[in-house]
Design a protein. Structure first.
Length: 160
């Protein structure tokens, strides 16, 4: 998905990973949970922190910081799990994403969003829909459906 697909004002949930601000389309966010215990699943990738029980459903929890090459999320009073809907092989799957803190919901117009930077051919930035501007900061708008490759999705599906 590219910046050209953002053609109308959209609401985004902003959240922090380390000192960076990221955003998800609120249409993809099911709910935000306080961080609680996560049950580790053996033989899953490091970024896959485990699973939680969400009203009787098993929901995989991933650490976006690890997925993006940062240090692991440290639990604090602000740590939360953003439960998102991810399109996976033609169906919608619930996935929990750890965040250091949730900021707010912002509306952004297409004019406030620039294309994701192209940083050479070896780095894949397809998972970034665009770079939004919020005050004097950039906000990386994620396309949660493309954050994971097919191998990642198979690992997540088998854990859930």
């Amino acid at each position: 998905m590219s910046i050209s697909t953002i053609s109308e004002t959209t609401q985004y949930l902003t959240f922090k990973l380390d000192e960076e601000i990221f955003a998800l389309d609120v249409a993809k966010v099911r709910e935000i949970l306080e961080y609680s215990s996560v049950t580790k699943v053996p033989q899953t990738p490091e970024f896959m922190r485990g699973v939680i029980n969400l009203r009787g459903s098993v929901v995989p929890v991933i650490d976006l910081r690890l997925k993006f090459g940062m240090t692991a999320t440290e639990q604090s009073v602000n740590t939360c799990i953003i439960v998102t809907e991810v399109a996976m092989e033609g169906e919608t799957v619930l996935l929990g994403a750890l965040a250091d803190s949730v900021q707010e919901v912002n509306e952004m117009e297409p004019a406030q969003i620039e294309a994701a930077p192209h940083i050479g051919t070896k780095l894949n930035t397809d998972f970034i829909k665009g770079m939004g501007k919020q005050d004097s900061n950039f906000v990386m708008i994620l396309d949660i459906d493309t954050v994971f490759n097919s191998g990642d999705l198979e690992d997540i599906r088998s854990a859930g």
